[in-house]
Ligand binder design. Structure first.
Ligand code: ZN
Length: 146
């Protein structure tokens, strides 16, 4: 386990599309564990692998209700919308109002290679969208309401 450095806005890696994980090996498990340590250390509610400089579709989230690990996550359902302030560990000191769905369902693999689905509302739905955006090279600052 180790704390990794969080990449800041301006670094090209944050703007690239992350690659699908083809095999869940020891390196991926290590990455998940390091990302979790890094997220907690930074007091964040989510972290995507590109934020530690790794272009893989791996995400960790904990909004205070327990750790969620995503490998190759996909949003399969959304509904409603709401606007709230958002920030990012890669955009230190900035926040802004972003419109996100109120409800989001995600399908992903867990660390054992099992496909699962999870639903979230409000902050959890927002975290799902924010972190999955990172896998596409999208940052919340692109979506701030004018
Ligand atoms: Zn972020």
């Amino acid at each position: 386990m180790a704390i990794r450095q969080i990449v800041q806005i301006g670094e090209p890696v944050l703007r690239k599309k992350a690659k699908k994980v083809e095999k869940i090996d020891e390196k991926i498990i290590q990455l998940l564990e390091d990302m979790t340590d890094t997220m907690y250390e930074a007091d964040g509610v989510g972290l995507a692998a590109p934020q530690v400089g790794i272009l893989k579709r791996v995400v960790v989230i904990d909004i205070g209700e327990g750790l969620i690990e995503f490998i190759n996550p996909e949003i399969v359902e959304t509904s409603g919308e709401y606007i709230d302030d958002e920030g990012c560990l890669s955009v230190v000191g900035e926040s802004g109002a972003v419109k996100r769905p109120y409800y989001v369902k995600v399908r992903a693999f867990d660390r054992n290679g099992q496909l699962f689905e999870i639903e979230g509302e409000e902050l959890l739905a927002r975290a799902f969208c924010h972190e999955i955006d990172h896998l596409e090279g999208v940052l919340f600052v692109d979506k701030i309401e004018k």
